[in-house]
Design a protein around this ligand. Structure first.
Ligand code: A2P
Length: 340
């Protein structure tokens, strides 16, 4: 039987993640019958390439989804909130990279290495959510540990690349770095403080509880994906002057005793992970190792000498690929292969 092909829309096609989604569809040889690239009115007239064809960008409208089967969204929360229901009404399943729908109980939140079966829940609203970039790489590494020994508590600090904020932030880091190295004045438009040669402990807005929204995304999404509200999670999320690749220092306490040696052996055979852990030879994951590929890199795996059943890990992934575009296309693949 011939493989079924799909009419696919990419919403936010001109953005940093949207552009990578297009590349991931090509690389995955996704069964595409037709492709539509949608963005704001500002981008109408722009042309993008898909598998050797030139495709004109169209303005996103409420009736853009007639005849579409799958829409990959990465155009911000407001756009997803407004337009995803219109797509769903047309029978077009949305895989949404924004935070708009992630905690909706009727919307599955999926990392294919962790909970691919949750995709089945797409029928309730016609929407599947892609988790936050920092959450995705963390749960890829923590899920095997949770299944084997149970996670009691997770303490995470992130070192997040500016590409997670979009194209404007990439330009801001470039412009500020260039200005500073030439002793010129610089401007901060995207971030509240200078990001060049600095670290900002502030991602997304501050909430009443003193955490940022990004930090609470990591707390709530981790529990939803691992399907265990008893896991205690606390996060500090930090923007650093790196272009691509989020790094995370993660400390876990397990419910049953686990050693660093056992954790390393388990992660070495777990899906989507590459263990890089040979400190004697300066081998540990770097953002520069992660950028441009799809695996979650794990190293610095060691016993936490300060607490019973504690393990420290250093987890790194490409935030635009596995943290966003790749994971979205992987979800679409599960949907296409098993449910449509
Ligand atoms: P546009 O390029 O036309 O502004 P990034 O995160 O890299 O800044 O990209 C955001 C993406 O979301 C872009 O493709 C942008 O399109 C798109 N976008 C932003 N706001 C809207 C909107 N109101 N309607 C449609 N697309 C939007």
């Amino acid at each position: 039987m011939a493989e079924r092909k799909f009419n696919v829309a990419v919403v936010g096609a001109t953005g940093a993640v949207g552009n990578q989604m297009i590349r991931c569809l090509e690389e995955a040889d996704f069964p595409v019958k037709s492709i539509a690239f949608l963005a704001s009115a500002r981008s109408v007239g722009r042309k993008l390439r898909f598998k050797g064809d030139v495709v004109a960008v169209q303005e996103l409208k409420e009736d853009s989804f007639k005849g579409m089967d799958i829409a990959l969204f990465s155009a911000g929360g407001g756009t997803s909130e407004r337009f995803a229901p219109h797509a769903a009404k047309e029978g077009c399943v949305v895989v949404d990279n924004s935070s708009a729908w992630r905690m909706d109980p009727d919307v599955p939140l999926v990392v294919p290495e962790v909970n691919p079966g949750a995709v089945a829940g797409y029928t309730k609203k016609g929407i599947i959510a892609n988790p936050n970039c920092s959450t995705i790489q963390m749960v890829v590494a923590l899920n095997p540990i949770h299944r084997q020994w149970g996670l009691k508590r997770v303490v995470v600090s992130t070192y997040q690349a500016v590409s997670g904020t979009g194209k404007k932030a990439i330009d801001e880091l470039l412009d500020q770095s260039r200005a500073m190295l030439n002793f010129l004045d610089y401007e901060s438009r995207v971030y509240p403080h200078r990001i060049a040669f600095n670290c900002l402990p502030h991602i997304d807005v501050f909430l009443e509880n003193g955490y940022t929204k990004e930090e609470m995304k990591m707390v709530n999404e981790t529990r939803k994906i691992l399907e265990d509200d008893a896991i205690a999670v606390t996060a500090t999320t930090v923007r650093v002057p790196v272009f691509y690749g989020h790094s995370e220092s993660v400390n876990v306490e397990t419910r049953r005793p686990a050693s660093a040696r056992e954790v390393r052996a388990l992660l070495e055979e777990s899906p989507g992970i590459k263990v890089m852990d040979d400190p004697a030879n300066n081998v540990y994951p770097l953002a520069t190792d992660a950028a441009g590929q799809d695996l979650t890199l794990v190293g610095r795996i060691r016993d936490d000498a300060s607490v019973a059943n504690g393990i420290n890990l250093w987890i790194v992934a490409d935030n635009i690929r596995k943290g966003a575009a790749t994971n979205t296309v992987q979800i679409a693949r599960v949907l296409a292969d098993e449910y449509l």
